[in-house]
Design a protein around this ligand. Structure first.
Ligand SMILES: Nc1nc2c(ncn2[C@@H]2O[C@H](COP(=O)(O)OP(=O)(O)OP(=O)(O)O)[C@@H](O)[C@H]2O)c(=O)[nH]1
Ligand SMILES: [Mg+2]
Length: 444
């Protein structure tokens, strides 16, 4: 794959972070340099690289590390989020509906991959149960229709063209009439012309007369940073709905084209990754970056991170820190940890990630929580707020009320003392791994 090299150098950079024993400013600086080098090698514009690395460095050093994740994980999260933002946050999937015909017109300079992409897109929608059809309105280049026909025949896609016609608008109109019953019509236009101005003029005329639902600009990914100029020129001439970057396989300049296009603000819908009709994929920046970094779909993971940034009201957390820690608080903490248990497991699936909460504590929380809930429910509010008052008769009463044994109640109370002690130690260390958002990890 094209951006393989970029991907592997970014991954190498992140691997250092996985392995580093300590995440400090020096590690962050080194990571930022590695990322810069990787992007510059992929032909990404210098200014874009500088802006991106500045943002990563700033966020990594200044941002509060959210509760529940380590500094290492936070750093990876920042890199991931910034790379995603860099490649464009917007994605506009082409909306299609069976029975409601949609017309898409592909435009772009010669050789950018329009004809190939027309067949790819049609195939893409065909595989998803829609009824696509193709129209070739390239009346300029001899053999254009034959090329599209050949591609379309391979996958049994209906195709219309007229080798004798001179007027692309007329061909398009005929084709649209013919394919009245189709779900999605993809119109392949000419790329070669006496001069570029004339090409753009033709696209304008076509657009005005056919009124396609969407115009997609096809850009050759091997042209690198130049892609930005081309995207801008077309964007100004015709209302471009989205951009599709082709030839992202095997091109060292793929990163340049992709980021340049993203920087113009026009959404990238799909990318082309090969000559074959199947070589097309929707462009979802977050997923793309995840794959680039060799980590699968990080978006799902980040959702979990957000979920795990759980809520202990600040007021309460402060109270606990000041020494007031009751059985009710303990119960709530175990509830919170239970949520983080799944989170912990999730993080472990990633290479090099580790999670700070001891595993037996998580298991304990998950396994015994239900019993503890019932026991704590059987206590009086007074007992919950001030567990010191527990004596053997109180314990027996709670055991009976909750269907447990005296021994189990004793165990719970012991656990409570352990936890309270642990909280005190953590407070001394100024670090509280299992409290919610209100309390930053590195407390002043
Ligand atoms: N490797 C690779 N080659 C591609 C891709 N997309 C298109 N090509 C190749 O690029 C060349 C030009 O593609 P076409 O689809 O003919 O381009 P076009 O924009 O229709 O060209 P004109 O009609 O002359 O303007 C062909 O050899 C395609 O096989 C891609 O994603 N990867
Ligand atoms: Mg063509």
């Amino acid at each position: 794959m094209a951006l393989e090299h970029l991907g592997s150098s970014l991954y190498d950079a992140l691997k250092k972070i996985f392995k580093a024993s300590l995440i400090d400013e020096a590690t962050i600086k080194e990571l930022v340099h590695d990322i810069q080098r990787a992007l510059l090698q992929a032909d990404v514009n210098v200014q874009l690289v500088l802006d991106l690395s500045k943002r990563i460095e700033e966020r990594a050093t200044k941002e509060k590390v959210p509760q529940g994740i380590s500094r290492r994980e936070h750093l990876i999260k920042v890199v991931y989020e910034e790379l995603t933002r860099f490649l464009g946050e917007k994605t506009t999937p082409i909306k299609t509906e069976p029975g409601k015909r949609k017309t898409i017109m592909l435009v772009g300079i010669q050789g950018s991959g329009k004809t190939t992409t027309a067949a790819k897109l049609a195939r893409y929608f065909q595989k998803r149960g829609l009824k696509p059809a193709l129209i070739c309105v390239d009346t300029y280049r001899p053999g254009a229709y034959a090329q599209l026909q050949q591609l379309a025949n391979k996958t049994n896609l209906p195709v219309y063209g007229d080798t004798k016609a001179k007027d692309p608008v007329k061909v398009a109109t005929e084709g649209l009439k013919l394919f009245n019953d189709k779900d999605i019509i993809i119109i392949d236009t000419a790329g070669r012309h006496k001069e570029e101005q004339e090409l753009i003029k033709e696209m304008k005329t076509l657009e005005k007369n056919i009124k396609p639902d969407e115009v997609i600009l096809i850009i050759d990914g091997t042209i690198g940073q130049q892609a930005a100029t081309q995207a801008k020129a077309f964007h100004e001439a015709t209302p471009i709905g989205s951009i599709l970057v082709t030839k992202l396989d095997g091109s060292a300049r793929g990163g340049g084209a992709l980021s340049a296009v993203a920087a113009t603000g026009a959404p990238i819908t799909f990318i082309g990754t090969g000559e074959k009709t199947e070589d097309i994929e929707p462009f979802v920046p977050s997923r793309f970056v995840g794959r680039l970094l060799g980590m699968g779909d990080l978006e799902t993971l980040l959702d979990k991170v957000r979920e795990a940034e759980i809520k202990v009201p600040e007021k309460k957390a402060k109270a606990i820190l000041s020494g007031k820690f009751t059985l009710t608080d303990m119960y709530e903490q175990f509830e919170a940890m239970k949520g983080m248990g799944t989170f912990g497991k999730l993080l472990k699936m990633l290479p090099g990630m580790s999670y700070d909460i001891p595993k037996d504590m998580l298991d304990m929380a998950e396994g015994r929580l239900e019993k503890w809930r019932v026991m704590i429910q059987s206590m009086t509010p007074e007992e919950r707020d001030n567990p010191k008052i527990f004596n053997s008769s109180r314990m027996r009463r709670v055991a009976r009320g909750s269907g447990t044994s005296d021994k189990e109640v004793k165990e719970l109370l012991k656990q409570y003392v352990v936890m309270r002690r642990m909280l005190k130690t953590l407070r001394r260390k100024k670090k509280l791994p299992f409290f919610g958002k209100g309390l930053p990890l590195n407390m002043k």
